[in-house]
Design a protein. Structure first.
Length: 224
């Protein structure tokens, strides 16, 4: 599991990023003491660092330079100070990439994966997401439940992906249908029911019962 060290003064953003990345099987740590970032890096030994520029005490450029004295860990700057001068400065200080705020979490994840591939090769990059006893392989669209491999159709894969990405939240039937079929008005709601029934049966056959729960009149949820 890849370790991500998040150096972000806005605690709400830091928690949001950490929560999202956890769904992609990244282990995340947010800065605890902005005066001891170098010490935390040494102790935590992250595979990658997300670094804001505007920080308490010393800015991100300072800490990037400090980290670079002892480590070549990949660093992505994440900042609203995205003028050309700051981008050039970040790269010159040893950063591996730069992403501007506000950002899309999916784009951020893709950037992280790209930098990890460049830095370590494909071995370190996460290609699965999981919740509970079920793991979803994003490369070959299969799932594993209690160690048992499950072959999924395209729609079953997408349904499971949506639910795992939104674990502990109710996902409406309308949202799932929109993700699967867009605005196709000819798709009957029963089509989703059939796909959901098949997916549930496959997961149960693999040894995990009641993984997907129906909330009548609301939608579906895992991790309740």
């Amino acid at each position: 599991m890849n370790r991500v060290y998040i150096v972000e003064d806005d605690r709400i953003i830091a928690r949001e990023v950490a929560t999202y990345l956890a769904k992609w099987q990244y282990e995340c740590m947010c800065t605890k003491d902005f005066q001891k970032i170098n010490e935390e890096v040494s102790e935590y030994k992250p595979d990658i660092i997300l670094m804001d520029i505007k920080l308490p005490y010393y800015n991100g450029f300072y800490w990037c330079a400090e980290v670079r004295k002892t480590s070549q860990v990949p660093i992505i700057f994440v900042s609203s100070a995205d003028d050309n001068m700051n981008i050039v400065m970040a790269i010159n200080m040893g950063a591996d990439d730069f992403i501007s705020k506000p950002f899309d979490l999916q784009v951020l994840t893709a950037k992280i994966q790209a930098v990890l591939r460049r830095s370590y090769g494909a071995v370190l990059t996460s290609h699965t997401i999981e919740y509970g006893d079920v793991s979803l392989n994003l490369d070959d669209t299969t799932a594993t439940a209690n160690g048992n491999r499950i072959e999924l159709t395209k729609n079953e894969f997408l349904i499971l992906k949506i639910l795992i990405e939104n674990s502990n939240k109710v996902v409406s039937r309308e949202e799932i249908m929109e993700r699967l079929w867009g605005n196709d008005e000819f798709v009957d709601g029963n089509t989703l029911t059939v796909n959901m029934t098949r997916l549930r049966k496959k997961i149960e056959t693999a040894g995990v019962k009641d993984y997907i729960v129906t909330k009548r009149g609301m939608g579906y949820i895992i991790g309740e």
